[in-house]
Structures are given as C-alpha cells and as structure tokens.
Design a protein around this ligand. Structure first.
Ligand SMILES: Cc1cc2nc3c(=O)[nH]c(=O)nc-3n(C[C@H](O)[C@H](O)[C@H](O)COP(=O)(O)OP(=O)(O)OC[C@H]3O[C@@H](n4cnc5c(N)ncnc54)[C@H](O)[C@@H]3O)c2cc1C
Length: 416
C-alpha cells in the first residue's frame, strides 16, 4: 500500500486531501492501494477567516463530517518532525509518537501570528489567529462586561491595522454594544486601532483606504498610527517615550509567518518562511513533496506571488492534492493559474469593501459588498456538509472558481 500524507487541515490541507481522494477515485484506486491521511492537531477544520465574528460555533467543521464519507483518514496529533531523506513524518498523538512513511507529502501547516518579544505581550494580549484564540477573547470580553466594575472596562486596543485588525476593529463596536447593554452599569465601549505604520490598511491602496477610514470614523473607532509599543500589561500598553494607552483588552493582529516546520525541508523559502513551489505546487528540488496555502509561495499568474489567504489556499490545496495523487499513479499533473485577485474586507456594522485587481480598485462598498462577504464567509469557502461522497469529491475538482459575485443592491447607497 502507498500513502499520501497531508500535513494540516486548514483551507489548503483539507482541499489537498479531498483533491487527492478525488483523483484516486477517478482512476478507481481504492484505499487498499493508496491511503490518504490528513494530520492535524485538532479534530475540526476551522473557517479561520471568520474568527473576528461574534458567532464562532458555525466556524468549525468536524473533519469526520467531510473525510469519513470519502475514506480519507484523519490522524489527530501535532507534527513534530519531517524527514525528507527517509520520507517520514513524526506525529505526537494521544497514544504516543507515531511515525508515518509517505510516498507523496503535502505540506499545508499554514501560518501563525507572530508576537515580537515585547515585554508582557505574550502574557497580556489576545488574538484571533485560531478558533481557540477567538473563543478566549470572546469569553474575556463577556466576563469583563458582566463582572467588572470600571466604566472603561470595554476599552479594546487592536494592534495591527492590516486586514485582520481592520475586520476585528470594525466588528467590535457592534459586539461590545450588545455586551454593554446587558451590563447593569452600562459601561462605555471604545475601540482603538493602532499600527506602527503611518497608515491604516497600508497595503490596501488609496481608493480602498479612503473607504476604510470612512467606515472606521462612522463606527466611532479611534485610530493611532506610527505607534511603537514598548510593553503590555493588564491595563494597556506603554509606548516608546513613556506615553500610556489604557485598555482592558489588547488584541495583537500584527504579522503572519509560515509555520516554522517549513524549515525542516531542505528547500528555498521566502522572507515569510514559505516554501517556493512550482506551478504544480511541488516544492522546488523535492520531487515527492508538495506545499500549499500559507506555507507555500507560488507564482499564480506569471507575475504575482500567492498571498497568505484562503482565496489562494483553497485552489492551491486542490491542485496540490490532485497533483500529488496524479504523480503517484503516473498521470499528468495540472498547472495552477489564477488570473484574478480580489479583496472583500468586512467593515462591521458599516458594511464591507470589495476591491478587484492587484491595484485594489473599489468595486462595491457598504451593504452590497457585505452581501458578497456574507456569501463568501458562510457558503463559498465551506466544504459540502451533506456527507454525500460524490458531492464532496466533486467540490475538489482542479478548477479555479470565478471571482465572488458582485452584488448590486437596488436603491443602495453604493456609488463607488
Ligand atoms: C481573522 C482572520 C481573517 C482572515 N480573513 C481572510 C479573508 O477575508 N480572506 C482570505 O483570503 N484570507 C483571510 N485570512 C487568512 C486565511 O485565514 C489564511 O490565509 C488561511 O487560513 C490559510 O490556510 P492554510 O490551510 O494554508 O493554513 P491554516 O489556516 O493556518 O491551517 C493550518 C492547519 O494546520 C494545523 N497545524 C498547524 N501546525 C500543526 C502541527 N505542528 N501539527 C498538526 N497540525 C498543525 C492547524 O491546526 C490548521 O488546521 C484571515 C485570517 C484571519 C486569522
């Protein structure tokens, strides 16, 4: 029996595993001949992009619901080592360390939020990088609202005004207002979005940035740019020069890096720690290893490198899985090419902004863009939940989806 091992069950890993199973199924190859094993530390696929939202229960999909019907094995454990010479990975499971030999490997261990070594940051900050992190933040905010006494206990400082920080900062006013309304003393919610850079949304381009700034102002979110945080404590942060910024909650949203296990591969990596892959998602110089999602860097349109995003992670995963299986069974691999790029950024109670192209031209805003964002977050990026084998396999076909639909709401104030 041969084995395809997929490391990670995020957007890239889940779709790799299904993509590999689909290709094997197409050729009538059963699990007795080639087994597909997905390794993840959790027993669920996380719709990670929704971690800024209030309602988190629907953001986890048990692996069993998607993988059992298609005969993909899930091994729950922490990947501890990768040996490309011996073609083996070691996994720490509840039953001890297991070694898995592979014939083809897909590395899809994703990315992690980076916390620089600022005193107090690790102990006193929250994050929405993972489902568990987002749950912890939510529980903390509810406990503050319910049990605290200080009138300014719902003051939240979000650090990092990139896409994740903006989505959280614009979502929080609505969430905090509900919590405040339930507290007997009605504390005053306040959200501050801060960044070291001189701009909010530094990568968003002038046109979209103007929309973001308008939304932040409308929602009452304060912004501070050019800040250098020197230390964090339970009552806020101290800036270089000694200025204090008071906050009962500090959420760190600044800086992503590829999983450090990428360093286990004797292969080129970029400045974010991502493995360089070719158009087949194969790691350059390692013919048995594929990589996808945030752990990999692919050039998708002949010019632009992939962005750490589910937008790229899902197709990269589908192709990596397809190609790992195709290569193993002597079929030809398919190159991945994506000719479009969009950003659909949630702006909380204000709406959203949808941009098209690498220069991020604004396509729609407010409720029209929000309708697109809702469809993406609640439908488009989910695997089929029906348990139907044929439907699940078909969803992993190596095809690139069309860009998300542009909504035009009749009568909506959507002049952009
Ligand atoms: C709040 C937030 C909002 C976002 N919004 C957007 C958006 O609007 N649009 C967009 O395109 N992207 C967005 N992103 C980025 C997107 O979530 C990532 O690009 C995407 O999750 C990458 O998918 P992945 O499968 O490569 O990696 P990951 O999602 O990081 O998945 C990696 C998987 O590997 C597992 N794993 C990691 N290490 C180990 C180990 N050692 N052993 C076992 N298992 C391990 C993890 O449990 C996880 O399941 C957002 C991210 C965040 C945090």
């Amino acid at each position: 029996m041969k084995r395809i091992v997929v490391l990670g069950g995020g957007f890239a890993g889940l779709w790799s595993a299904i993509g590999a199973a689909r290709k094997l199924d197409e050729h009538g190859i059963g699990q007795d001949a080639v087994r597909v094993t997905l390794v993840d530390q959790n027993d669920f696929h996380s719709i990670r992009v929704r971690n800024y939202e209030e309602e988190l229960d629907a953001t986890v999909v048990p692996f069993a619901q998607v993988l059992d019907p298609i005969g993909v094995e899930h091994l729950r454990g922490v990947v501890a080592g990768i040996d490309t010479e011996r073609r083996a990975v070691s996994v720490r499971t509840a039953a001890g360390v297991q070694e898995l030999r592979y014939d083809r490997l897909v590395h899809a261990l994703g990315s992690r939020l980076q916390r620089p070594s600022i005193p107090g940051l690790a102990e006193h900050s929250f994050d929405i990088d993972t489902y568990h992190g987002a749950k912890r933040l939510d529980a903390h905010l509810h406990a503050l609202a319910r049990d605290g006494r200080e009138p300014d206990r719902l003051r939240v400082l979000v650090v990092g005004a990139g896409l994740t920080g903006i989505e959280l900062a614009t979502e929080l006013p609505g969430r905090l207002a509900k919590m405040a309304a339930q507290a007997s003393d009605r504390p005053t919610p306040r959200v501050i979005l801060a960044d070291a850079s001189p701009l909010i949304g530094p990568d968003m381009g002038d046109e979209a940035r103007a929309v973001i700034v308008e939304a932040l102002a409308a929602l009452g979110v304060d912004t501070r740019t050019g800040v250098a945080i020197e230390s964090v404590d339970p009552r806020g942060v101290t800036l270089a020069g000694g200025e204090r910024m008071a906050a009962a909650t500090v959420v760190w949203c600044a800086g992503m890096r590829a999983n450090e296990l990428g360093e286990a591969f004797p292969a080129a990596r970029d400045r974010l720690g991502r493995l360089e892959v070719d158009e087949f998602m194969r790691v350059r110089g390692l013919p048995h290893v594929f990589a996808a999602g945030d752990a990999a860097r692919a050039v998708l349109d002949g010019e632009h490198a992939s962005v750490m995003s589910c937008q790229h992670g899902r197709p990269m995963g589908r192709y990596a899985g397809h190609n790992a299986a195709a290569d193993l069974i002597g079929q030809s691999m398919l190159p991945l090419r994506i000719d479009w790029y969009v950003t659909v950024l949630d702006l909380g109670g204000w709406g959203a902004v949808y941009t098209g192209g690498w220069d991020r031209r604004v396509i729609s805003t407010r409720e029209a863009a929000k309708a697109t964002k809702r469809t993406i977050n609640r439908l488009r990026i989910y695997p089929p939940l029906s348990g139907d084998r044929a439907e699940i396999l078909a969803a992993a076909a190596p095809q690139v989806q069309e860009p998300p639909e542009v909504r035009r709401l009749a009568g909506a104030a959507d002049g952009r």
